[in-house]
Write a protein that binds this ligand. Structure first.
Ligand SMILES: CC(C)(COP(=O)(O)OP(=O)(O)OC[C@H]1O[C@@H](n2cnc3c(N)ncnc32)[C@H](O)[C@@H]1OP(=O)(O)O)[C@@H](O)C(=O)NCCC(=O)NCCS
Length: 176
């Protein structure tokens, strides 16, 4: 059984370990530049602080994906304008868990959580254009393709071709 919920403070270490233990080759496939990440301790503190803040003050919302109670992945939302829009990121930690349907189930649940908690009107996701898995998963989850453009879509990304996807409130699971 898959569960999607906001992370507890101690669970935020999953994100730190995932990125800081990643190989440069894996980072490259995600469009990430390893040299742009903060050092472990400040990264850890920053995420723990985010998980403690009231939702209206968060600069990032951190969501965990659990399979039978065990963490398998996570999603984050940042570039948040509360009551309006945000940007989503999606990751399954263990390569063996990828491409077996977890993302297809957890992405819509994460999207619904962000819309509910952040009172969003729309949610964007901008994966690296050459990274097939998120592009396919977003389409399957009801995101609409907007455009492909050159951008550094986040503070840890290199300048790259990204596909811009968006989902509007009326297309979200469970929204009235
Ligand atoms: C992106 C990610 C979260 C998707 O979750 P997932 O569980 O692997 O996806 P699913 O198995 O539910 O598959 C969803 C769709 O994507 C397709 N897909 C998944 N992985 C794929 C791959 N490696 N190559 C081609 N298609 C793929 C599936 O076929 C399915 O589409 P379909 O039903 O139309 O055939 C996961 O692959 C992942 O964590 N990848 C590494 C991190 C990453 O790239 N994050 C994105 C950063 S923006």
């Amino acid at each position: 059984m898959l569960t999607v919920r906001e992370m507890t403070v101690s669970e935020t270490d999953i994100i730190v370990d995932y990125f800081l233990n990643a190989t440069p080759e894996y980072m490259e496939t995600l469009g990430l530049d390893p040299t742009r990440f903060p050092a472990a301790e400040s990264f850890r503190k920053r995420l723990r602080r985010e998980a403690e803040l009231p939702i209206e003050q968060c600069s990032a919302v951190l969501v965990i994906w659990l399979q039978d109670g065990e963490p398998v992945g996570f999603s984050t939302a940042d570039e948040i304008t509360y009551g309006a829009q945000a940007h989503m990121h999606i990751h399954i930690v263990d390569p063996e868990h990828r491409n077996s349907g977890i993302g297809a189930e957890c992405v819509p649940l994460s999207v619904a959580l962000y819309f509910e908690r952040l009172k969003l009107k729309r949610l964007f996701c901008e994966p690296y254009a050459f990274n097939i898995a998120p592009n396919r998963t977003l389409q399957k989850a009801g995101f609409k393709y907007l455009k492909t453009h050159m951008s550094a879509p986040g503070p840890y990304n290199f300048h790259q071709a990204v596909n811009c996807w968006v989902i509007e409130r009326q297309n979200v699971l469970g929204s009235g």
